[in-house]
Every structure is written in C-alpha cells, then in structure tokens.
Write a protein that binds this ligand. Structure first.
Ligand code: GAP
Length: 453
C-alpha cells in the first residue's frame, strides 16, 4: 500500500513531527524543510543503513566528511561553473521566472502572457562571500554535489590508506542547488542531502562495474522497503547526460506525483580526476578536460606491477537522502479499515529504519509499581543501542497504539498488573496487531531479533 496523494504524507509528517516547512512562523522559505523529532531519527537510520552497506561491509571503501564551502577553482575545473545550469525564461509581464521545460505553448504558467524572454542558462550554484570583506572576489560556492571533495581528496585518501584499484570513497552530506522551481514536498528542494560513492576502477573494467553497482543499489533499496516492483531503470539518453558522464542509469521510483529519479548511477570515466590534475599531458586521460595549471596534484594511482600511472575511471552511485525518505514513507504508508469500522493509519517501516524501536507503556498512568517496572525495562532496552526506546506514561493504551502505528514503531510493550506477579509483559506487533506474553528477561533478545530482521 502507498499513499494516494502527496498531501496525505505531508499531513502525517507535520502532525507526527517528521518534517516541517523551514521558517514556517515567518511564512517559510521555498525549497527548504526541517526534519523534526521523528524525521531526524528516520533520516539518521537511513544514512546509517547506507554507511553500513557501503563502508562497513566493504573493506575497499573508505569514508569522508568534507567541507561544504568549496574553492571556486574546484567547481571551475569540475565543469560546474560553465555547465551546471538550467535554461530558464522570464515573463516580461509578471516578472515570474520559469524553467523552460515547464513552459507550455510559449505561455507564462502564471499570467498566461506570451511576452517571454528566450531561454537563458541559469547557474544553479549558491555563492557566499568568505572573510570580512564582501568585494565580490573572495567567495565560495556551496557545493552542488558532495562528489567533488571526494575527487579533490583522492590523493589524500590513497596516500593515507594505501588503497589499490578497485576501491571507493563514500560520503554523506548536504548539497545545495538554487532550483528554479522547487516542488513536490522534499522531492525537489534547494538544500538536500546526498549519499554518494565514488568507486574507482581500472579503465576498461568500468562497464562491468557499472552494471554491478546498478544491481547492488536496487537490492539495497529493496532492503529499505522499496520493492523492485516500484522501481524502474531509466537509461539516460545521450543528449541528457551530464557533462562528465559516459553512461548514466537512473533508478526511478513511483512517487505520489509521478515516476521520477531516486538515485543516479553514472560512469564518470576519468573526467573528474583528469580535470583536477595539473600535468595532464603526462597521463593518459580519455575525457575531454579543461587544462589545469592551478591544481598542485596528480590524481592518479601507480600500478604496482607495471609502475605506470593510471587515472582510474569512476562509477558513481548517487542517492538523495530526502527522496529516499519520501519513497520509504510512501511505500510504508497504509490506511486500513478495521473490523470495528474504524480506520487505522500505519507505517510499515522496516524495523531498522523506525524512528522509535519500541514503546513501553504502563497500563495505568503514574502507578508507581507499573511505572518503575516499565522504566527499568525501557533502560535495559535502550542500552542495547538499537535506537530510541520510549517510556509512554499516558495511561491510554488505545491512543498509544494508534500513535505508534502511525509513526511505524514495530513493538508496543504493555506493563500491567499481571507483570508485577508473573514477570511477563504483553508485546503487540505493529503490522499484525497480534499480542503475546513474553517474559521480561527475554524481551531484550526479542526486540534485538525484530530490529535486525
Ligand atoms: N554527483 C552526481 C549528482 O549529483 P544528480 O543526479 O544531480 O547527480 C544525485 O543528483 C541525486 O541527488 C538524485 O538522484 C536525487 O536523489 C538527489 N537530488 C538531486 N537534486 C535534488 C534536489 N533538488 N532535491 C532533492 N534531491 C535532489
């Protein structure tokens, strides 16, 4: 089951504290969102799942957390200064600005005037001044992708970790794009997070590695609760490829507003390492790169046997955290009709992603013995380090169950008066709503199994 409309998800996110419009009390800021108490847990869990799959499960992949503010030379030589733009038109009548592909029949979508400028490129990078003097010369870009700092740190990582090909560098972090038309909730925003891997390979093995990574990424999304049946692979046509790409396969997802890109997997060849290298003519670089005198580095790796310097090709699986969150929320959302005639909303989140892993609920609010037992259990479960466990002293079991179904908590554990006698508690499963009695001392093992399932 999925949501019928984006509005259902937006309403749930606000009502339960997943995602809020940024600066809402001042009317908001277009294309910016804040993650609330549950949103930050869900987001951290998704990022952790990606980091585990990339860095911890692969000894040939290292992590990185680089600066967001970027030296303009990095983005000049990466090609972003010249090419990272969308064609846009201005309406001379109402002054609105539109992405050219959103303008139909040469009419302004707002006022319907046909008095429009010709399409002009609009660079999507945000600039900010650096240092105390705003003279227009000392500026930095807010990175439009996390990838560039991976390339510029290539030599640092190789030298400090003694890597040989194939190997990867992974990074999760913010990226910024001055999108002309941010829209569809957190789908297209101006500040977002990416999870990017740059996987460096021997030239000639790149096509095989590309196909491997496409398969592996689809499997990973399945593990996060986004089934293959909701995904499509899109072979990006030649005239739509980014300036650095030889081939890109997009993983597309059926978002509530339509089928769109969730993750892109590109073969960036030796374009980026070649572009950031100083003495390019000493190396065999296949890509068409701009001459570089400003860099002081040779971003290549020496073949141990032949001693020849090789500029690796790179395969880049690049996923959006925010789009991932939207897909996962959509995929897990269900409104069920119960036999009682009532409805319940439930998020069937994979337990490792659930913002709250378990809620411990004393049957009677403020009852000293029940609350003490519940509190001891909460502390024991929290110590397992599986994620957040809450003690819910509301005294209203039905209301607690409804709330925890709606936010995707896999287990609710009720401490009642029998618990004080027999040392067991009632565990209710979110998806089946089945209840069973489990001895208190077995509950840590029970929860661990559910979260790691
Ligand atoms: N380093 C390659 C790169 O940045 P991209 O296709 O432009 O490629 C990768 O971006 C991913 O980042 C996309 O698949 C998408 O999930 C996410 N993304 C890109 N622009 C976004 C935006 N404006 N809002 C939210 N996510 C975005």
């Amino acid at each position: 089951m999925t949501a019928k409309t984006m509005d259902e998800l937006v309403a749930l996110c606000k009502r339960r504290g997943f995602i809020f419009q940024s600066g809402e009390i001042y009317g908001g800021l277009q294309g910016m969102y804040d993650y609330g108490p549950l949103g930050v847990e869900l987001k951290n869990n998704l990022k952790r799942a990606w980091w585990n799959a990339m860095v911890y499960e692969n000894d040939n992949i290292e992590g990185l957390d680089a600066a967001i503010l970027s030296n303009p030379l990095v983005l000049k030589h990466s090609g972003h200064e010249d090419t990272f733009s969308d064609p846009m038109v201005d309406c001379k009548s109402c002054q609105a600005r539109w992405r050219a592909d959103l303008v139909e029949d040469s009419k302004c979508p707002a006022c319907k005037s046909t008095d429009l400028t010709d399409p002009r490129p609009f660079n999507l990078m945000f600039k900010t001044s650096v240092g105390p003097v705003d003279d227009g010369k000392s500026f930095a870009y807010l990175r439009p992708e996390t990838a560039q700092q991976i390339f510029t740190n290539f030599k640092n990582v190789v030298d400090s970790t003694a890597k040989s090909l194939p190997f990867g560098i992974a990074q999760i972090g913010k990226a910024f794009r001055n999108e002309i038309t941010p829209r569809n909730f957190i789908f297209r925003v101006r500040e977002f997070e990416q999870m990017e891997l740059e996987f460096f390979v021997v030239p000639g093995t790149d096509e095989e590695w590309h196909n491997k990574w496409v398969k592996s990424r689809v499997n990973w999304w399945e593990d996060q609760g986004v089934p293959e049946s909701s995904l499509e692979l899109y072979e990006v046509p030649g005239d739509e490829l980014a300036h650095y790409s030889k081939r890109t396969v997009d993983i597309m997802y059926k978002f509530p507003h339509g089928v769109e890109e969730l993750e892109g997997i590109a073969n960036r060849t030796d374009f980026d390492l070649g572009s950031h290298t100083k003495n390019q003519d000493e190396l065999e670089i296949s890509a068409d790169v701009m001459p570089n005198k400003a860099s002081n580095s040779k971003l290549a790796i020496q073949d141990i046997e032949t001693k020849k310097w090789v500029v690796p090709y790179v395969i880049e699986p690049s996923a959006g955290v925010d789009r991932g969150i939207l897909a996962i929320l959509n995929e897990s959302y269900e409104v069920q009709e119960l036999d009682s005639g009532k409805e319940r909303t439930v998020l069937h989140l994979k337990p490792h992603l659930s913002p709250i892993k378990a809620a411990v609920i004393p049957l009677k609010k403020n009852n000293e013995d029940l609350v003490k037992t519940a509190s001891d259990l909460k502390k024991a479960l929290q110590k397992l380090n599986l994620g957040r466990v809450v003690l819910e002293n509301s005294g209203n079991i039905g209301k607690s169950y409804r709330r925890h179904d709606e936010i995707g908590t896999p287990l609710c554990i009720t401490i009642d008066f029998d618990t004080l006698e027999d040392g067991s508690a009632t565990i209710r499963d979110r998806d089946s709503m089945k209840q069973e009695r489990v001895s208190l001392d077995l509950i840590p093992e029970y929860l661990t199994k559910v979260i790691n399932s």
